[in-house]
Design a binder for this molecule. Structure first.
Ligand SMILES: [Zn+2]
Ligand SMILES: [Zn+2]
Length: 279
């Protein structure tokens, strides 16, 4: 199977439950939070939980390369505020260390926001410096930058922003990109038409390079092209439309990487995954 598809499943009650939740929807990839995503500090993962996760993953037939942990929403590596930056730095390192402990290879994060207090360039360069710090203290885990919708002062919605962060990373083998299809449309790359789709990924290739593409967040969008509003929709029911998903499923550039649904209705994930596989 060339496409590895799943959803951002709940890890409520422990990270092992994410594996079972992914299995229940017919997934062969999944995303999860490895800690409370709305709190700055979390209890360390217990040794028993780490062992249980690693063995259950193999037992249920998942490849760790297709598991994509997502960092806490609070983290802002581009923060102009000293205190928030210090907390973000510690939490980001913890996220990377947890991924490593669980035997995972990727960690998906939102780049950051300048809050109108520093320039875009200064913010992007700071994000790269912070990622370098965490990479130097971990092993085997790639920091995966997610493109954003460009809501508020969030950076990372232009491919040029992501390029600038990558330029600042010392170890290029441990930085990657996750394309969120809802965010991409909201950012103004019109993925809903065939020409827009082709132009978008040509721009990605020339500005960033497809070798950095490590994961996909596959979401439809409740808002239109260039809206800069981050509202996910059920696949085929938003502004991306059914043709987009058919084009995507036939595109070999998205083979062999985790493809994660973050669509709004978990009760429909099994059906959405089946629908994709049938396209
Ligand atoms: Zn996303
Ligand atoms: Zn989003």
């Amino acid at each position: 199977m060339a496409k590895y598809i799943g959803a951002h499943v709940s890890a409520g009650g422990g990270v092992c439950n994410a594996i079972l939740n992914a299995e229940a929807i017919g997934a062969n990839a999944f995303a999860l939070f490895t800690r409370n995503q709305r709190s700055w500090v979390s209890k360390p993962l217990a040794q028993e939980e780490i062992h249980a996760f690693r063995s259950l993953l193999v037992e249920r037939g998942f490849d760790p390369g297709y598991v994509l942990p997502h960092d806490s929403y609070l983290i802002n590596l581009g923060s102009p505020d000293e205190e928030t930056l210090a907390k973000s730095r510690a939490a980001f390192l913890d996220e990377m260390q947890r991924a490593q402990q669980l035997g995972l290879q990727l960690m998906n994060f939102h780049p950051g926001s300048h809050l109108n207090k520093i320039s875009e360039e200064a913010c992007l360069d700071q994000i790269a410096r912070e990622v370098n710090r965490a990479l130097a203290q971990t092993e085997g885990v790639t920091a995966v930058i997610e493109n954003t919708a460009g809501q508020g002062t969030n950076l990372g919605w232009k491919f040029e922003h992501i390029r600038r962060i990558i330029d600042g990373i010392d170890d290029k083998s441990r930085v990657g990109v996750c394309v969120d299809t809802c965010h991409t449309l909201a950012a103004g790359y019109d993925l809903s038409t065939e020409s827009g789709y082709n132009e978008c990924f040509e721009a990605f290739e020339s500005i960033i390079g497809l070798q950095y593409l490590r994961a996909i967040h596959l979401n439809d969008s409740k808002k239109g092209n260039g809206s800069h509003v981050d509202r996910h929709e059920v696949l085929g029911e938003g502004f991306l439309g059914k043709d987009f998903f058919s084009r995507f499923m036939h595109d070999p550039r998205f083979d062999d990487m985790p493809i994660i649904l973050e669509t709004p209705d978990p009760t429909r994930w099994a059906e959405e995954i089946q629908w994709l596989r049938g396209l």
